[in-house]
Design a protein around this ligand. Structure first.
Ligand SMILES: *[C@@H]1O[C@H](CO)[C@@H](O)[C@H](O)[C@H]1NC(C)=O
Ligand SMILES: *[C@@H]1O[C@H](CO)[C@@H](O)[C@H](O)[C@H]1NC(C)=O
Ligand SMILES: *[C@@H]1O[C@H](CO)[C@@H](O)[C@H](O)[C@H]1NC(C)=O
Ligand SMILES: *[C@@H]1O[C@H](CO)[C@@H](O)[C@H](O)[C@H]1NC(C)=O
Ligand SMILES: *[C@@H]1O[C@H](CO)[C@@H](O)[C@H](O)[C@H]1NC(C)=O
Ligand SMILES: *[C@@H]1O[C@H](CO)[C@@H](O)[C@H](O)[C@H]1NC(C)=O
Ligand SMILES: *[C@@H]1O[C@H](CO)[C@@H](O)[C@H](O)[C@H]1NC(C)=O
Ligand SMILES: *[C@@H]1O[C@H](CO)[C@@H](O)[C@H](O)[C@H]1NC(C)=O
Length: 901
């Protein structure tokens, strides 16, 4: 018998062929296809919008104009999605480097995201706005002419957005707008595994559960919704960010150096532009400010994590914990996946399998070996569970648009309901559930929210007691009939997710979006907000449960999610290809304002090889979020699980020890950034003028301090080495982190053994603080004594910063000193000079980052100075200050020493 999915595949393929034939027959039609099947005709012989009148013009350059549709002679109306004939186009100046362009119906009555918290919104800036100071200028068509809009950077005349020579369509359920692009590189463009420089292709925007590489065909996007790109104009070498501020599903067709077209199934045409400069970070910081910045995680989260779907009972957890302790592998958290729950039901623990005493022993933080408990919570609520009855009681579940009863899908526990995070009761409900989970005598320190796209094992919905006829109709319904365009191409849009007709709360006092004019909000409107809504509810619950700094790991995210949650890249195959794409993905999420991110080290699906796992541990030791996570059906992949390849364990320990040496340094970058900007960056971020630097997306920078060049390819198994190359940009100087050898611009190749630590380099001119005295296996045992690695530049100068707090484990200490009352960052400046042939004098100076920096006492007892240069020779020196440590406890301290060469 053919299964439903097989029938769909066959039908889909047939229809795809028909669709392709239609396309060939009339290639200038708009691609209005569902499952490859053209369901309506709206050709490019259609009409266009005329610039009808100017409504308003302001001194700052803002304006609004009225557009009128002029039908084409051969135009055929899209019956299910009529053209909106009268529109208003608005250009608004928000600041001299920030502006927006929007097209709406005249009443501005279409469903859209609110312009306030928790969503991204424009922040008021000080100062008066005038046209002269704008970094940009606009041009639009004359009254009576075909409408176009163009936004240019004033200084360079480069195009930022221009619809010139492209159609604009604004129908009820299909919008289309394009911009021209001069010679460009674009980065970002959503949640997907692909190269960092986006290739020409068609890219979907629709949150989905998928384990896919995106080669530029629709339907390959992943869990999140981030419709932004960073663009580099190649000629002027200037950067800006464009955000399509529309939460509906859409597809972006991108042709490099030519144009970019948005095809969207609802809402308004709504763009925000952030006009930066030749430093990409400028544009990104403007964007992060707009999306409300990102939240700081607790310090322990910076440590190493071990997880597996398939730790089936607490004996197995005990084994893992004991092995970590036995082999002295650093670890801060041991996770439980869905296995710990009773019948996979949220807010429960299966105490038959998970013995409470064993759990309390592992997760007892007063035991030196104790680790933090992080555990999963899925969004689907099992029917006939406590949480289901309570949810019905509180009326918080999504409703079916077909039965008008509670919507039913299917996840791990079987049939499930789904909380509607727009419902006024939903935060109380979610809080109650998470509180229930804490009532068993265990504290969940990390909350992992998964399947929140929302993912379901049935596409659409389960309809109880459905008639045979309805079932057949369901089989045949290849897509919701109300959908004129499928942004996922050949893939069904409700594939593994809820029916688009499922209804959300649309009454008063909604938590996310208030509906107006008796509008019923459906999945069609808010599908891409599902993960965002759950993230927000979880964040609020965590705060109510007394967490000071929160750690909520969310698979699905949207622009603005970083204010509430952290992220990992979702399911990964245990292959070299997946490992490689983890780097661009983490860079992307740094741009999306969720910088604390990582990939499943050693991969989730398939069996990992020892060599790949060793290389992935080396790379992953430098991910912001560093977690080995395995799937249920794969071979074990804890670092000690490869007794025949002992290099996996030895290189993991070495490389994690480096992570822990750098742990406070890495965390300090997050604190110092204060909720805006990137941490894990591409090489070109620091070298934007070097064209070759753009090609290196397998190397990365940590802040502007460290460059990593991990081994990303399979090597020679018999010799246990890999011949590996990396690139040092023009005019750049780095020092090897481990032996202080100087490297200058050029290509470097070397044999790197399987048993290596991750290759790492300090940028000349920078000071990195590390803690290299002992091997500490838990973040909470790191002390307040530091080694400064001072990498002098050619002027014998270096700078860095350090947190002036002595307790990273107390969230309150961080919040009070670093966030609420002043800041906790001190800058350290180093300047050297030769006093005589053999004596190099180094002066270290501490300066507060601001005039209200708080100081708790910290110590420097060792210096590793590199880049001491004399007569063409480069020296490095290690100096122990045990006798006279450099004490940092106030502003404006100077410490001077003489270094004998
Ligand atoms: C929380 O636990 C109480 C007591 O067992 C139960 O009545 C309630 O339904 C639970 N709430 C949720 C949301 O699971
Ligand atoms: C919220 O839950 C209460 C029961 O706890 C219920 O009486 C009330 O109707 C719910 N609110 C809404 C808007 O459904
Ligand atoms: C569900 O409610 C809508 C609107 O109130 C109504 O039009 C529709 O007939 C109802 N469907 C069923 C199956 O009751
Ligand atoms: C389905 O049918 C059974 C038997 O007629 C009935 O008991 C049950 O309540 C029905 N379920 C729903 C959800 O209507
Ligand atoms: C919805 O409307 C209510 C009442 O006007 C308001 O208090 C609430 O903030 C609104 N919610 C959102 C998400 O805008
Ligand atoms: C909403 O519906 C109610 C009841 O059907 C009606 O009285 C009211 O006029 C409607 N409001 C709007 C803005 O359409
Ligand atoms: C330092 O390490 C690099 C490899 O990272 C190696 O190529 C170089 O020879 C080493 N230099 C010294 C002086 O040991
Ligand atoms: C810090 O300096 C700024 C200007 O540099 C000044 O406006 C502010 O009042 C100062 N704050 C304190 C606490 O001294």
């Amino acid at each position: 018998m053919l299964s439903k999915s097989k029938i769909c595949v066959i039908l889909g393929s047939l229809l795809a062929i028909i669709g392709v034939l239609f396309l060939l027959y009339k290639s200038d039609d708009i691609s209005v296809y569902v499952q490859g099947h053209r369901i309506n005709k709206f050709t490019k012989h259609a009409g266009h919008y005329i610039m009808s009148s100017v409504e308003k013009e302001s001194d700052d350059g803002s304006f609004s104009v009225i557009l009128k549709w002029k039908p084409g002679i051969l135009e055929q109306e899209l019956k299910i999605s009529p053209v909106l004939k009268d529109l208003r186009a608005t250009f608004k100046v928000d600041a001299n480097n920030e502006c927006e362009f929007k097209i709406t119906d005249l009443q501005d009555s279409r469903f859209q995201l609110p312009e306030n918290e928790p969503f991204p919104f424009t922040k008021q800036r000080q100062g008066t706005k005038d046209k002269e100071s704008n970094l940009f200028e606009t041009e639009i068509s004359q009254v009576g002419q075909k409408f176009y809009f163009e936004l240019r950077r004033k200084q360079t005349q480069e195009i930022i957005f221009s619809t010139r020579n492209h159609p604009i369509y604004f129908t009820d359920k299909y919008l289309e707008i394009s911009t021209n692009l001069d010679e460009s590189m674009i980065f970002g463009l959503g949640d997907r595994r692909t190269d960092f420089i986006i290739k020409s292709g068609k890219y979907s925007f629709w949150t989905s559960d998928a384990v896919k590489i995106d080669d530029g065909t629709p339907g390959n996007q992943l869990y999140g919704f981030h419709p932004m790109y960073l663009r580099r104009d190649i000629k002027s070498n200037q950067f800006h960010v464009t955000l399509f501020r529309n939460a509906y599903g859409h597809q972006v067709d991108y042709k490099q150096h030519s144009h970019l077209t948005y095809k969207c199934i609802g809402g308004n045409i709504d763009f925000k532009f952030f006009i930066g400069d030749s430093n990409p970070e400028t544009s990104i910081k403007l964007y992060h400010n707009y999306i409300n910045g990102w939240v700081l995680h607790p310090f322990w989260v910076q440590g190493f994590h071990q997880c597996r779907w398939g730790y089936k009972n607490s004996d197995q957890l005990m084994d893992v914990w004991n092995s970590y302790n036995k082999y002295n592998i650093p670890l801060d958290s041991l996770w439980t996946d869905i296995d710990y729950m009773y019948k996979y039901q949220d807010f429960t623990i299966d105490f038959e399998k998970f013995n409470l005493q064993q759990m309390q022993q592992i997760y007892n933080l007063s035991d030196p070996n104790g680790v933090h408990w992080s555990s999963i919570v899925d969004v689907g609520i099992a029917l006939e569970s406590d949480a289901a009855y309570r949810g019905i009681d509180m009326n918080v579940f999504i409703q079916s648009g077909r039965t008008n009863k509670t919507f039913i899908g299917k996840v791990w526990p079987g049939e499930t309901y789904f909380p509607d995070f727009n419902h006024p009761n939903s935060t109380d409900y979610w809080y109650e559930g998470l509180k229930n989970l804490t009532s068993f005598g265990l504290q969940q320190d990390g909350i992992w929210i998964d399947m929140n796209e929302f993912d379901s094992f049935v596409s659409g919905e389960i309809i109880p007691n459905q008639t045979i006829m309805d079932k057949i109709l369901d089989y045949l319904a290849i897509a919701p009939p109300s959908l004129p365009f499928n942004p996922l191409g050949m893939e069904q849009i409700d594939h593994k997710t809820l029916s688009l007709s499922a209804k959300h709360y649309s009454g008063e006092n909604a938590l996310l979006v208030n509906a107006t004019n008796n509008y019923t909000i459906t999945q069609y409107d808010v599908h891409n907000l599902n993960g965002f809504g759950e993230g927000l509810a979880t964040y609020r619950a965590a705060k109510r449960l007394g967490r000071k700094l929160t750690f909520i790991l969310s698979r699905s995210t949207m622009f603005g999610s970083g204010r509430y949650v952290q992220h990992w890249n979702g399911d990964a195959d245990s292959t070299w290809e997946y490992m490689r794409y983890s780097i661009p993905a983490i860079m992307n999420f740094n741009m999306y304002g969720i910088p604390f991110n990582g990939d499943d080290i050693c991969g989730l699906f398939q069996d990992v090889t020892a060599e790949l796992c060793a290389r992935w541990q080396q790379l992953g030791s430098l991910y912001p979020f560093s977690r080995n996570h395995n799937g249920d059906n794969s071979i074990s992949q804890e670092p000690y699980a490869f007794p025949d390849s002992p290099y996996v364990l030895s290189s993991t320990i070495k490389t994690l020890n480096i992570r822990y040496q750098l742990l406070k340094f890495y965390y300090h970058l997050f604190v110092k950034a204060n909720g805006a900007g990137t941490i894990f960056r591409p090489l070109f971020w620091q070298y934007p003028a070097d064209n070759q630097a753009y090609q290196q997306d397998m190397q990365f920078m940590i802040g502007d301090y460290l460059m990593a060049a991990p081994v990303m390819e399979q090597g020679d198994e018999s010799q246990q080495v890999t011949y590996s190359c990396f690139y040092v940009p023009q005019n750049a100087v780095f020092y090897d982190f481990y032996n202080q050898t100087q490297i200058k611009s050029g290509k470097y190749c070397q044999n790197i053994s399987f048993d290596a630590v991750v290759p790492l380099y300090i940028r000349a001119g920078k000071i990195v603080h590390i803690q290299d005295k002992t091997t500490v296996l838990r973040s909470r045992f790191l002390d307040n004594t530091f080694t400064l690695m001072v990498a002098l530049n050619e002027d014998s100068f270096a700078e860095g910063s350090i947190l002036t707090i002595n307790d990273y484990n107390d969230d309150n200490n961080i919040i009070t000193n670093c966030q609420e009352s002043g800041n906790c960052v001190a800058n350290i400046l180093a300047k050297g000079q030769f006093k005589s042939t053999n004596i190099f004098e180094l002066t270290l100076q501490v300066e507060s980052e601001s005039n209200n920096t708080n100081y708790q006492t910290i110590y420097v007892d060792k210096l590793i100075v590199s880049g001491i240069s004399q007569n063409g020779e480069i020296y490095s020196k290690t100096i122990y200050l045990d006798q006279k440590p450099f004490v940092i406890d106030r502003d404006n301290i100077t410490y001077q020493l003489e270094i004998q060469l």
